[in-house]
Design a protein around this ligand. Structure first.
Ligand code: NAD
Length: 355
């Protein structure tokens, strides 16, 4: 078992790490852990509960995407009724989101056992939805105390979802390279993540049960999640939040489609910061190199394939330029509309300098 050098969290990675959950529940001074999951991963939650034995207060398997507050309220009632004193989230960003929402309301300690590469387990950020509107809170009580990365668990994530989720992590790392508040540490973490996915995601696709490649990509997810929690994100994340929030597109797949286009758009202003991305993925500009990497791994490359209608593109462009995040290249509607058109069609992004 390896302990990673994380600030304000204890992070471990190793095969079978999930079996250490009980040790950490004890170390946190807790006696009754509530295990959380999405409905599709309830067996896994029950398995963790079985290992915890008397330290398990129960299982709550109704987590869903985008952390709706009505689910959180229901889970909070359950948590109170079983007198839980600790939270254990086992799953992807949707489950971790519920755990964070409960931690924010109760200040209970939170252990996360991630099974995707989303990286939410390493951030103090919680996105939650009420009446169809998603808002974000950043609060130190939201940062989980313990993260247990177990490569054996992520082998069940199918290749296609692994690739999409890997692009979700890569998106955090790529945007960290040109973040306004970046520093040497964040840049180094971002490059650690980018190199991990560049080298090991193809091996995961070839053999989803390759534990070495899974461990390398999980480390990449940790590095990406950590930079996501420490520097500000820009245009790419704004576009994905708009497309996910207003058009209900799937989270990880949307990141996979948009990232090459957002990188190509920003490359015009920050070619130096993005040059290492082009280098790692085979040259020809960061946007185009990421687009080729996506193609080689059969990642989704067109928003049309995710269910977005061409007639939605005008509204998507209008929404994406409202309350824009800081971005290294000024955001103007015409250029964003063109970017979205390319991403919708699945065309290759423009060559560097062709804008
Ligand atoms: P998810 O948690 O919804 O999981 C996607 C699907 O994969 C689910 O159907 C799940 O059952 C399945 N799955 C997960 N792990 C599996 C495994 N190992 N084997 C088989 N199936 C598995 O998706 P996600 O992409 O991990 O998370 C998306 C959510 O996380 C979004 O709501 C997003 O906003 C949030 N997020 C938050 C942050 C943050 O810092 N706050 C960061 C990243 C993502």
């Amino acid at each position: 078992m390896q302990q990673l050098n994380a600030k304000n969290q204890q992070v471990f990675i190793g095969n079978g790490a999930r079996h250490r959950t009980g040790l950490h529940v004890d170390a946190l001074g807790a006696k009754r852990a509530l295990i959380l999951s999405v409905p599709g991963q309830s067996d896994l939650a029950l398995d963790i509960a079985g290992h915890l034995g008397r330290s398990a207060a129960g299982v709550y398997s109704r987590a869903v995407m985008h952390t709706p507050v009505e689910v959180t309220r229901h889970a909070l009632d359950h948590l109170t009724s079983v007198e839980a004193d600790c939270l254990v989230s086992v799953g992807g960003g949707s489950t971790t989101g519920l755990g964070k929402a409960l931690a924010l309301r109760t200040d209970l300690p939170h252990i996360v056992i991630p099974t995707t590469y989303a990286g939410s387990e390493c951030t103090p950020i919680l996105g939650q939805t009420e009446d169809g509107v998603k808002t974000t809170v950043s609060d130190s009580t939201v940062l989980p105390e313990v993260v247990l990365y177990d490569p054996e668990l992520i082998t069940a994530l199918p290749a296609a979802l692994s690739v999409a989720s890997g692009f979700n992590a890569l998106a955090h790392a790529v945007e960290a390279l040109y973040a306004r508040d970046r520093d040497e540490d964040s840049t180094q973490l971002a490059m650690t993540s980018i190199e991990a996915f560049a080298h090991s995601l193809p091996a995961v696709v070839k053999d989803p049960h390759d534990l070495e490649a899974r461990a390398a990509t999980m480390k990449g997810a940790w590095a990406a999640g950590t930079v996501l929690g420490s520097v500000g994100m820009a245009l790419h994340h704004k576009l994905c939040h708009t497309l996910g929030g207003s058009f209900d597109l799937p989270h990880a797949q949307t990141h996979a489609v948009v990232l090459p286009h957002a990188a190509a758009f920003n490359e015009v202003e920050v070619a130096d910061q993005l040059a290492p991305v082009a280098g790692v993925f085979g040259g020809g500009g960061a946007g185009r190199a990421l687009w080729r990497f996506a193609g080689a791994l059969d990642a989704p490359r067109a928003l049309a394939g995710l269910g977005l209608e061409e007639s939605d593109l005008d509204r998507a462009a209008d929404l994406a330029v409202q309350n824009p995040y800081w971005n290294p290249r000024p955001i103007e509607r015409g250029a964003i509309r063109e970017l979205l058109q390319n991403a919708w069609r699945g065309s290759e992004p423009p060559a560097p300098g062709a804008h």
